[in-house]
Design a protein around this ligand. Sequence first.
Ligand SMILES: Nc1ncnc2c1ncn2[C@@H]1O[C@H](COP(=O)(O)OP(=O)(O)OP(=O)(O)O)[C@@H](O)[C@H]1O
Ligand SMILES: Nc1ncnc2c1ncn2[C@@H]1O[C@H](COP(=O)(O)OP(=O)(O)OP(=O)(O)O)[C@@H](O)[C@H]1O
Ligand SMILES: [Mg+2]
Ligand SMILES: [Mg+2]
Lengths: 253, 253
Amino acid sequence: VARVLAVANQKGGVGKTTTVHALGSALAQRGQRVLLVDLDPQACLTYSVGLDPESLPLSLHDVLVGRNKAAEALVRAGTVSILPAAIDLAGSEVHLVGRVGREHAVARALETVKDAYDVVLLDCPPSLGILTINGLTAADCVLIPLQCETLSHRGVGQLLETVADVRAYTQPDLSVLGAVATMFDGRTRHAREVLADVEARYALPVLQPMIPRSVRFAEAPATGQSILGHAPTSVGAVAYRELAQTILDMLEP
Amino acid sequence: VARVLAVANQKGGVGKTTTVHALGSALAQRGQRVLLVDLDPQACLTYSVGLDPESLPLSLHDVLVGRNKAAEALVRAGTVSILPAAIDLAGSEVHLVGRVGREHAVARALETVKDAYDVVLLDCPPSLGILTINGLTAADCVLIPLQCETLSHRGVGQLLETVADVRAYTQPDLSVLGAVATMFDGRTRHAREVLADVEARYALPVLQPMIPRSVRFAEAPATGQSILGHAPTSVGAVAYRELAQTILDMLEP
Ligand SMILES: Nc1ncnc2c1ncn2[C@@H]1O[C@H](COP(=O)(O)OP(=O)(O)OP(=O)(O)O)[C@@H](O)[C@H]1O
Ligand SMILES: Nc1ncnc2c1ncn2[C@@H]1O[C@H](COP(=O)(O)OP(=O)(O)OP(=O)(O)O)[C@@H](O)[C@H]1O
Ligand SMILES: [Mg+2]
Ligand SMILES: [Mg+2]
């Protein structure tokens, strides 16, 4: 049965997309059947796996407005499959706003395809709006990428309150797997202080290993590969492969 | 007469808030009367200037839904004034969605207060939704913080199309002042390639100087000061002060 993980943090640029892509590739390398779902109208994940969001015949938007089945929008991208986004996904936010059951649109779409996979990873946009709520509602658990800087730290409490709301209203079984320390700069006292504060204040487990800062990440999206394809021996690739194993061990006790 | 600058880029974490705060402080240091406007429900700018978004009596949301005048929500914060945000600003997006003249809500609010200032800086959220459209519609010109990495580069074309739409429909006099290269890592070939590509592809001027990467920035928000207050002799503070002068020279020919 597929395990569904939402990767969420409303702060911008904390490594959500990078984490979904790298973990997805690493899990696929370990033989898992992986489906990625791009919930961001900016379609960074879709672009990062080598697709052109502007020339897709179908995207997640067509599925959420009921025009097409999820299976029709699925695309194979290397070692993973993806339910891609395009800019029209912003239209889904408007479409869903007034509708009954609006938080479950993504969950319903996934119902029809997820049994062909072992792991589904959902890339959320930098907001706590209806698309992120859909991502959380469709998930078994949440992974929180944490850039260890003050402004990113500040959003964690609000995100955890949102998770509590989703548990109360739309997905009672949603759990928090933990935080992933992204682009971690261990040399700075600031990063270590932010990390310690988050762990203490929210009792939020920080999964191991932490992901180090590396310029190889910024280059990867243009190549259509994750860090694992673009720089397989880099410290960043090694870290995400180990993190994938940590997560696998947590998902399959 | 007040000059109004929108600081916009839908990609997350590229330095919008940091740029608004640092430029605002630098302009105030040069004797300009500065008003900052926080258009992000996550209220990072509001927090960064030392306010607690969760205990504000009034915020921009109260103004946009017509409950209060802008002047009532203004707060003095050190050397600048701010129209602060709180999480309820997400409610403004819903409130404005169906309404006539919805793109002009912020412009109308500013009409009543901007004459007391020389410069107004608008901090936009990481999206091209109604709050960013309001920011662009209320502005004379746009400043685009550019983190020189592939995923940030990719959003520039879409942002410029949005600016063209605003010029066509809601603010014909909107101009693009240029890009600010933020957290620039000149040692990496990737950053220099992305910069050159943006300049060539979009004929987008990159204002000088570029802002270097520095850990001092991440620490500043927790102190309630911009980089200029927190680390006044740091390379980051020096760069933003010089950039403020560049912008002043462009605004007052
Ligand atoms: N470990 C790392 N070291 C250095 N750069 C990184 C690292 N991880 C990600 N990046 C880069 O940081 C930038 C932001 O990452 P990413 O786009 O994945 O964040 P995000 O949270 O998905 O952003 P958004 O909120 O816009 O969706 C990208 O250019 C990415 O390549
Ligand atoms: N020149 C710099 N060097 C190093 N870090 C920086 C620099 N400028 C900003 N930062 C840090 O990078 C992070 C992202 O910056 P900031 O929050 O200003 O971006 P943003 O575009 O406003 O993000 P969002 O899309 O979430 O609104 C913050 O932790 C900030 O302190
Ligand atoms: Mg992303
Ligand atoms: Mg911001």
